[in-house]
Write a protein that binds this ligand. Structure first.
Ligand code: ADP
Ligand code: MG
Length: 226
């Protein structure tokens, strides 16, 4: 089953001087449940724009998007954020950790709008899973870049999403730490999570089932699969 099904997606940005950038120009992409897709392409090719749309963060685009066979194009803001919170985990630089909060509270962040006795236990077990048990009370400014990325992964898993989206999850990491983070991600995929990651690194992309190459707002290679 396709968990993500995008048809003829177009996205323009317009600046204050009314100059239009055509970031996506009619792109088709399907991702199957359980698939691991790596998105590659030069800077400016539309990767982040595509991820924001896939992640239900941007609904201001042309074309059709169905997520788990549900048309998400016309969902209200509330319905959209509810769906996003339940189904999608983000490892994005724009969702940085809170510097003054410790690891536990950063991982608990997605649950702040509900209260459940099980949340703390789940957060602790996820922190354990990403290998940060001994750092649980450390603030994020007391962690290494690799450890911060592990916290971000634990946080992304908090709501048990079916899809994990990551924008250059190994971008600032040395080779060894990058491999450790990738091992974690691959483990999640083996457990059944659908994984879509943006990466610039061929050796990271090599772990994926499929590499999708973006070029000038269109898919150059590895696109449509129905
Ligand atoms: P990538 O992530 O592959 O580097 P982006 O999706 O960020 O590419 O950007 C695609 C194109 O859209 C680029 O030309 C970029 O300059 C432009 N763009 C991205 N975000 C905005 C924005 N908020 N306003 C105007 N132009 C934007
Ligand atoms: Mg980008």
């Amino acid at each position: 089953m396709n968990i993500i099904d995008l048809k003829s997606i177009k996205k323009d940005y317009r600046n204050k001087k009314n100059v239009i950038t055509r970031a996506l120009r009619g792109l088709d992409l399907c991702v199957k449940e359980g698939e691991f897709v790596a998105i590659m392409g030069r800077s400016g090719s539309g990767k982040s724009t595509l991820m924001n749309i896939i992640g239900l963060l941007d609904s201001n685009f042309e074309g059709e998007y169905s997520f788990k066979s549900k048309d998400v194009k016309n969902l209200s803001g509330n319905k959209l954020s509810e769906l996003r919170g339940r189904e999608i985990g983000f490892v994005f630089q724009q969702f940085n950790l809170l510097k003054k909060a410790d690891v536990l509270h950063n991982v608990l962040l997605p649950t702040v709008y509900r209260s459940s006795g099980g949340d703390k236990k789940r957060a602790e077990s996820l922190i354990n899973k990403v290998g940060l048990k001994d750092k649980i009370r450390n603030k994020s400014n007391e962690l290494s870049v690799g450890q911060i990325q592990r916290v971000a992964i634990a946080r992304a898993l908090m709501m048990n999403p079916s899809v994990i989206l990551a924008d250059e999850p190994t971008g600032n990491l040395d080779t060894k730490t990058a491999m450790e983070v990738m091992d974690l991600m691959i483990g999640l995929n083996k457990e059944g999570k659908t994984l879509v990651i943006i990466t610039h690194e061929q050796d990271i992309a090599a772990y994926a089932n499929r590499i999708v190459l973006l070029k000038d707002g269109l898919i150059d290679k590895g696109g449509k699969r129905r």
